[in-house]
Design a protein around this ligand. Structure first.
Ligand code: KG4
Ligand code: ZN
Length: 355
């Protein structure tokens, strides 16, 4: 990670986690606090945007005070404030961005906005300051599955992505079908540890195709059909633990294979997985083993830096502060990944062409 003098405050409110962190310019985490909204959304089986925004409003100020207290840094002595401005839930993002603007305005501290995916990417070099570039980083979260070829912090090109569901979405929707609670990924992860991954052979979409595209909707449908058949016939020898393990194995196989295939094609020897799905135990185990046999080094950030957090937003903010890419007061939030803007920005900064 490139260093920077001073400390930076990170704020993350793009979905169902209110998170605030203080990072030293050299990457040391001085505070990383978070309020998870699972209890708010669990009875709905997924995130309710309006409720998410309200909870961010309730918790953000207190969490900020707590983070600054832990870090023992007064607001006025910060070098910068970094806030996620997309992609994510618009109402939730507006809470974070307006709060950050108010803090920056009142304190005179510089404000930078961070793309949530660039935040996840930064968790790789935040977790391992010796992370080797160029690297291929798989972002696998609830809303995104992207392969980013990173030449240095802040400079990257997407070379693969999902054509339908994201990996986390496949976990969440599969868990729902299996009657497991939200969030589905951790629930499947826990249950799968007691099951057999070989019990049911689920499809591995695109596994052997030469392109770097992911597809998870067919896998999801095959679980649905499997459960429908069981319901019709009324009996099965396969328990829910086996189903969870088999379904998880299919997702993990595709993620590991495409990442390593992408690394071979791009001639890089360094990979990482970031985003909530990178917390998955089986993925961590299998990728570590497969990469080792291929002589590729792997970084898997600690689980607290995989799922949404503000330390990664501050880490991505450090690079923007160094480049003096300050936000204006009329900065917008955005709900979806803005390919054109990202590509243009990368091209302006690093001469990166089209994907
Ligand atoms: O990065 P993240 O916290 O938020 C987004 O940016 O989306 O990722 C959340 C996703 C959810 O789909 C959740 O089910 C999944 O990450 N997830 C997991 C695990 N922990 C979180 N998936 C599989 N195994 C896990 N242990
Ligand atoms: Zn995320």
């Amino acid at each position: 990670m490139q260093t920077f003098q001073g400390a930076i405050l990170g704020i993350e409110t793009s979905c169902d986690e209110t998170a605030v962190a203080v990072l030293e310019g050299n990457g040391g985490i001085l505070a990383n606090v978070l309020d998870s909204q699972i209890d708010v959304h669990v009875s709905y089986g997924g995130v309710v945007p309006e409720l998410a925004s309200r909870r961010h409003m309730e918790r953000l100020e207190h969490l900020t005070q707590e983070a600054l207290k832990q870090a023992q840094i007064p607001l006025s002595q910060l070098q910068g404030i970094a806030v996620t401005n997309g992609p994510g839930l618009v109402g939730a993002l507006i809470v974070g961005v307006n709060f950050a603007k108010a803090l920056a305005y009142a304190s005179g501290v510089s404000l930078v906005t961070v793309n949530h995916l660039e935040g996840h990417l930064a968790s790789a070099w935040l977790a391992d300051p010796g992370f080797t570039f160029p690297a291929l980083v798989l972002i696998a979260s609830g809303g995104h599955t992207h392969l980013a070829l990173v030449s240095e912090p802040g400079t990257y090109q997407f070379i693969g992505w999902t054509i339908d569901d994201a990996a986390g979405e496949a976990f969440d929707k599969g868990a729902k079908m299996l009657g497991l609670p939200y969030p589905g990924g951790p629930a499947i992860d826990r249950l799968a540890q007691k099951g057999s991954a070989r019990a049911v052979s689920f499809p591995r979409p695109n596994l052997h195709s030469q392109d770097l595209q992911f597809s998870f909707s067919g896998l999801k449908t095959s679980l649905l059909y499997y459960l429908r058949d069981v319901q019709k016939t009324g009996h099965t020898k396969v328990g829910v633990e086996d189903l969870a393990a088999s379904y998880q194995e299919a997702i993990v196989d595709v993620l590991c294979e495409k990442l390593l295939q992408g690394a071979r094609q791009s001639l890089v020897r360094s990979v990482a997985v970031v985003g909530g799905v990178a917390a998955n135990s089986r993925l961590r185990e299998k990728l570590t083993e497969r990469a080792r046999t291929q002589g590729i080094s792997v970084v898997l950030p600690p689980r607290s830096l995989c799922t949404d957090n503000a330390a990664m937003i501050a880490a991505a903010g450090v690079e923007k502060l160094r480049r003096k890419e300050f936000a204006s007061w009329d900065v917008e939030v955005f709900s979806t990944l803005q390919w054109k803007t990202l590509l243009k920005k990368r091209a302006d900064h690093a001469g990166v062409g089209t994907v």
